[in-house]
Design a protein around this ligand. Structure first.
Ligand SMILES: [Zn+2]
Ligand SMILES: [Zn+2]
Length: 270
């Protein structure tokens, strides 16, 4: 059994926790260290058992507290060299990751944490670089996480196809973004090939690539200004209905992750 929690998903801070037995790790540390420690107390999570942090990319909402966290707990922070360099340059990240905690995991590479194998792959986005993660265990558990997705690449498709559990971005509703208050340059950036996925793009990616053995999909990184959870869920359900594939959701549950609230523990069968 693998346990999973989202402690935050979106521009206010991203943080995902994984545990199997005594082994645990975190993907992204974009929420404040104090908030993270409070959540761990609330959920009975032993901080000393967290063995590593993996970062998707250098934007502050994903990397803010990685330096503070790694120093306080003495844990390594894994990400690609370009993302580490991006964090060094990011002046919003005040507490930097010390050299002894700076560990490089390049795209295509894998690291073991207990029974977990974490593999990194490329996700296009306008950061120094952006990593998706594919997490598997010896029992055949497969979990894919891709956030801040400019567009879906053929490499990403292969990881989405293999996922039993999938976290994928559904950032914005196109009509809300176009009619919303964001300045033009920002709208162009978000819609561009290195920006974010809109609900309909996420729906198409799921329709085209999610396999029949996918058990659960969480939509992540929803925009506060340009999206609503119901819009994102409806876009996906509508795409499957239109394609005559509504039976897909008889065996697979679909959920939108809350932006600032933690979820419950999800217990995921291996
Ligand atoms: Zn982000
Ligand atoms: Zn980003």
């Amino acid at each position: 059994m693998v346990e999973f929690i989202s402690f935050g998903s979106g521009s206010s801070g991203n943080c995902y926790y994984f545990r199997k037995g005594d082994d645990s790790f975190v993907i992204d540390m974009g929420i404040g260290i104090r908030r993270f420690k409070n959540y761990c107390r609330m959920y009975g999570i032993s901080l000393s058992k967290i063995q590593a942090v993996f970062l998707t990319h250098d934007h502050t909402d994903h990397s803010l507290a990685a330096g503070a966290f790694s120093q306080e707990l003495g844990v390594p922070v894994y990400t690609s060299d370009l993302v580490h360099k991006g964090i060094v340059r990011n002046y919003h990240v005040r507490k930097k990751i010390k050299p002894e905690h700076t560990k490089v995991l390049e795209q295509g590479g894998s690291i073991r944490v207990g029974d977990f194998t974490i593999t990194s792959f490329n996700v296009p986005h306008d950061s120094a670089q952006n990593n998706g993660y594919f997490i598997s265990t010896s029992c055949g558990f497969n979990f894919c996480l891709c956030t801040d997705v400019g567009h879906v690449t053929t490499e990403m498709e292969t990881f989405i196809q293999r996922a039993q559990y999938l976290v994928i971005e559904a950032n914005y509703d196109l009509a809300m973004l176009l009619t919303g208050s964001y300045p033009g340059f920002l709208k162009t950036r978000i819609m561009g090939p290195n920006g974010h996925l809109c609900n309909d793009e996420t729906a198409q990616a799921l329709l085209n690539f999610a396999s029949d053995y996918c058990k659960k999909v969480w939509l992540c990184h929803l925009s506060e200004e340009n999206n609503r959870p119901q819009h994102a869920l409806d876009a996906v359900l509508h795409a499957f209905r239109k394609a005559g594939r509504e039976d897909f959701f008889q065996n697979c549950t679909l959920e939108a992750l809350p932006r600032t609230e933690p979820t419950n523990f999800f217990s995921l069968a291996e």
